[in-house]
Design a protein around this ligand. Structure first.
Ligand code: SAM
Length: 182
């Protein structure tokens, strides 16, 4: 988010056919909730255009990056790595330490989410394996809760730049305007 060190989200383990919408929603959730960049690895890369199209229409800054393989991303990332997994330490126990490293230590953060079984070297490479409850659920839900905890809600008030369209909040109904009409 603007003013903070970088937060990138790495999606690994996309299953063609089955994970198309989920991977898209990982990208859209990363963008909407304050990450600066999503990295779509391997078969997940096919969802990049959809995520980039939303950024074109609704604003940024937000980068959508594709890579052939996720391992070099993990290996070469210059910053700290959080892997979201139901087997990890509870988010409420580690969030303050992660925030301190990220915001006060000015350390970029890579947030990793999986799809199917995540290889064990990801658990070893991560600085924190973080659980949003120790119950099985979803990469979209865990990413949303984690980012909101990381940013302590500040992401809800972020400004969007270069948008074509803006939604005007309504108690009832739907209203969207060209961005320069605001
Ligand atoms: N059983 C799989 C495994 O061994 O990692 C989990 C598959 S789950 C459908 C897909 C992804 O959702 C996981 O890789 C993880 O990133 C995320 N996830 C699911 N439940 C979670 C939880 N309670 N806390 C954090 N992340 C979770």
């Amino acid at each position: 988010m603007q003013g903070d060190p970088e937060v990138a989200v790495l999606r690994l383990g996309h299953r063609p056919g089955r994970d198309e919408r989920i991977t898209t929603h990982v990208g859209l959730t990363a963008r909407a909730l304050g990450a600066d960049r999503v990295i779509l690895a391997g078969d997940a890369a096919g969802r990049a255009d959809t995520v980039a199209d939303i950024t074109d229409r609704f604003g940024g800054p937000f980068e959508t990056e594709t890579v052939d393989s996720w391992r070099p991303v993990l290996r070469d990332f210059e910053g700290s790595i959080v892997h979201l997994t139901m087997y990890g330490l509870e988010v409420q126990e580690v969030e303050a330490e992660i925030r301190e490293t990220h915001r006060e230590g000015r350390d970029p953060l890579l947030v990793v989410v999986g799809a199917e079984k995540v290889p064990f070297d990801v658990y070893e490479k991560a600085d924190w394996n973080v659980a949003v409850t120790n119950q099985p659920h979803s990469e979209i839900a865990s990413l949303a809760v984690f980012l909101d905890r990381l940013f302590e809600g500040r992401e809800l008030d972020r400004e969007w730049e270069d948008a074509e369209k803006v939604v005007v909040p309504q108690a009832v109904g739907k209203r969207m305007e060209a961005a320069d009409e605001e």
